[in-house]
Design a protein around this ligand. Structure first.
Ligand code: BES
Ligand code: ZN
Ligand code: ZN
Length: 474
């Protein structure tokens, strides 16, 4: 989609227009008859999206609220306008946003572009909803640089969503490695996809253990974006859970709990999308990304409950439940990160149903160890992009729940605080400032959720990119 900015309203009979107004002064371009029509409708004049006719909509912005809330309302309005445009099959779309500052204008466009996403590659016949080709924003403050940046970020979100929505029949671990390599290499990122032989040589017993029941080999994807002008001497590392399908293994998932489990590489897609966006934005920050990837299946060699495996640092683990596989493969990745002496590691994973049960799909469950300030900064970024993080406690009392009976650890905590004990399991393998984000709730939407859409949401791509921007400015 093409993005253009103009300082003046484009008068054209074939243009669908959204007029954004915080007061009636902003409606100067709306014809007298339409203003009358608007006045005749009983509106609250606050956070209302009104469709006057197939070519004209008006959005009355909220009267109160902090700027983050307004950005989100504008993204939602952008998505609604996108739906109107698609329906009206216009020659052109324009958003008249004279009263908005540049960030507000960006947010409106962001909702528009993200809302325009479709995943339609598997229909046997052409099944493509009409898509908007170009959109004009009428605003004096937004710059071309902001438009370019927005396009890069939205493209990275789309890349992540495409991978998550892709069923495991079409996205094995090896195929995910290939997709990421192609896109990341084009962005100037160094990529290495380690194969099973290399993973065996490195004794990554968590990743190999989970892979035992699979017909497909595992991969371990490493990415390194190191610009010459990087402001950090030791990297910030992103780790993402890359389970391309989670059947639960021998602890097979029951009922409909398995239905959407292609989403279980949502963490991997997020960190890949983010590093690609960061590289394309040429942010002066050294970032590395590690993705352990396999599927989790109950094949004949699959791990059995009670089996003991050895993680690459020598830690032994009693695998009491083969459905708690994410922490096993992530353990190897977190150990791998140690050699780079990272200044911070952010782990992203669709790790526990417990996180989703605790706060639903409206936010991310976060935990940190030795990273109080980084967590605060990340939360601020989350509030801004509306990928909000709730920090859970990480008290040492929880540690006891993952001590093993016949090995160092067990991969199952007690019946309570499952998201935290899973995080504690991960933290065992770290010796650096550590943040863990559990995105089991918000990674995948059962029904359309505004501009996030239905299916994969691509959560954390915008969060991590925003965080890197903040670090770049510090
Ligand atoms: N991939 C799941 C977690 C999940 C659940 C993600 C729902 C998205 C939506 C994970 O591997 C899992 O199965 N976790 C178990 C852990 C349990 C056996 C300790 C869970 O949460 O039930
Ligand atoms: Zn599982
Ligand atoms: Zn899983």
């Amino acid at each position: 989609m093409q993005l253009h900015k103009h300082s003046e309203y484009q008068q054209n009979s074939n243009t669908v227009t959204l007029h954004i107004a915080s007061s009636s002064d902003d409606l100067v371009y709306l014809s007298k008859s339409k203003v009358d029509l608007l006045l005749a409708i009983n509106i609250k004049q606050d956070d209302e999206f009104i469709i006057l006719d197939p070519l004209t909509a008006v959005y009355l912005t909220p009267k109160k609220g902090n700027s983050n809330r307004i950005y989100e309302k504008l993204r939602i309005a952008g998505d609604k306008f996108q739906a109107l445009c698609t329906k009206s099959k216009p020659g052109q779309c324009q958003i008249v946003a004279k009263g908005l500052d540049s960030e507000e204008a960006v947010a409106t466009l962001e909702g528009f572009i993200l809302g325009d996403y479709q995943f339609n590659t598997h229909f046997s016949k052409e099944n493509k909803k009409p898509q908007v080709e170009s959109v004009i924003i009428v605003n004096d403050h937004i710059s071309n640089k902001q438009l370019d940046e927005l396009a890069i970020i939205c493209d990275a979100v789309k890349f992540a969503k495409d991978m998550i929505n892709e069923p495991a029949s079409h996205l094995s671990s090896v195929q995910m490695g290939e997709r990421i390599t192609e896109k990341a290499t084009a962005a100037g990122i160094k990529v290495e996809v380690m194969n099973k032989r290399k993973i065996e040589a490195l004794k990554m017993g968590g990743l190999l253990g989970v892979n035992q029941g699979s017909e497909e080999p595992p991969v371990f994807i490493c990415m390194d974006y190191k610009p010459e002008n990087a402001i950090n001497d030791t990297p910030i590392v992103f780790v993402g859970k890359g389970v391309v399908f989670d059947t639960g293994g021998l602890n097979l998932k029951t009922g409909n709990f398995m239905e959407n489990m292609k989403l279980d590489m949502g963490g991997a897609a997020a960190v890949a999308g983010a590093i690609i966006a960061i590289a394309r934005l040429k942010l002066p920050v050294h970032i590395m990304t590690f993705i352990p990837s396999t599927d989790n299946r109950p094949g004949k060699n699959a791990l059995a409950p009670g089996d003991v495996i050895t993680i690459s640092d020598g830690t032994t683990v009693e695998v009491l439940n083969t459905d708690a596989e994410g922490r096993l493969i992530l353990a190897d990745a977190l150990v791998w990160a140690k050699q780079y002496k990272p200044r911070l590691v952010i782990n992203i994973a669709t790790l526990t149903g417990s996180a989703a049960r605790a706060i639903g799909s409206h936010g991310i469950v976060g935990m940190q160890q030795e990273a109080v300030e980084a967590m605060k900064e990340l939360q601020k970024c989350g509030d801004k992009v509306h990928e909000r993080i709730v920090e859970f406690p990480f008290w040492e009392e929880y540690d006891d729940q993952i001590k093993g009976d016949i090995a160092d650890l067990k991969n199952l905590g007690g019946p309570e605080a499952g998201a935290i004990t899973a995080g504690k399991f991960l933290a065992w393998f770290t010796d650096y400032p550590f943040i863990h984000l559990d995105i089991a709730g918000p990674a995948f939407a059962e029904k359309k959720d505004s501009y996030r859409g239905k299916g994969a949401t691509g959560i954390c791509v915008r969060l991590l990119t925003e965080y890197a921007k903040k670090i770049a400015q510090s």
